[in-house]
Design a binder for this molecule. Structure first.
Ligand SMILES: [Zn+2]
Length: 98
């Protein structure tokens, strides 16, 4: 019984640490496009570096800082494959991340 309690409190702590990250990035979800499983997160686009911007993988236009947008990566190939998308561009995107 005591051991079970300890395990639960450890899990709670881990959850709080993750929560801290989620202040900037919303909870991830999984989406499958053409048989490829992606992990997708919405981000507020807030950055410590005000000069930072992203290039949308779908339309190749800039995503300006502070723009709410999506980050997606191939679940199996890992977070290194992540790319940024305008919200509507992610919905239309049907290709592969390279
Ligand atoms: Zn776009």
């Amino acid at each position: 019984m005591a051991r079970g309690k300890r395990r639960r409190s450890a899990a709670k702590k881990e959850y709080r640490e993750l929560d801290y990250e989620l202040l900037k990035i919303s909870a991830p979800r999984r989406e499958t496009k053409r048989g490829i499983e992606y992990e997708v997160r919405g981000t507020s686009g807030q950055s410590d570096d005000p000069a930072k911007f992203w290039i949308c993988r779908n339309c190749s236009l800039e995503i300006e800082p502070g723009t709410n947008h999506m980050v997606a990566w191939d679940v199996h190939r890992g977070i290194e494959t992540r790319r940024h998308f305008h919200n509507h561009c992610w919905k239309m995107f049907q290709g592969r991340l390279d």
